[in-house]
Write a protein that binds this ligand. Structure first.
Ligand SMILES: [Zn+2]
Length: 76
């Protein structure tokens, strides 16, 4: 497929960490999506969108399943 933003042809399916905010925290959700290697545009299929929406709804109830892998820090 071609990138609709930059018309580049290097759109590949790779695993990325999608970020979901949970209060002051950020939860990384690993998903496989198409990403344009030229401009970085991410393409989500309907299934992935639905998957992320479902997770977002469940996150508050399932916080116990999350593990801390780092901290988000603010400068200043
Ligand atoms: Zn692009």
């Amino acid at each position: 497929m071609k990138c609709v933003i930059c018309h580049g042809e290097q759109v590949e399916i790779i695993q990325v960490n999608e970020e979901i905010n949970l209060g002051n925290d950020i939860v990384y959700i690993p998903v496989k999506i198409s990403v344009c290697k030229t401009c970085g545009e991410r393409y989500y299929d309907r299934q992935t969108m639905q998957f992320l929406e479902d997770i977002e709804k469940k996150l508050h109830a399932e916080q116990g399943k999350l593990k801390e892998v780092g901290k988000v820090l603010v400068y200043g």
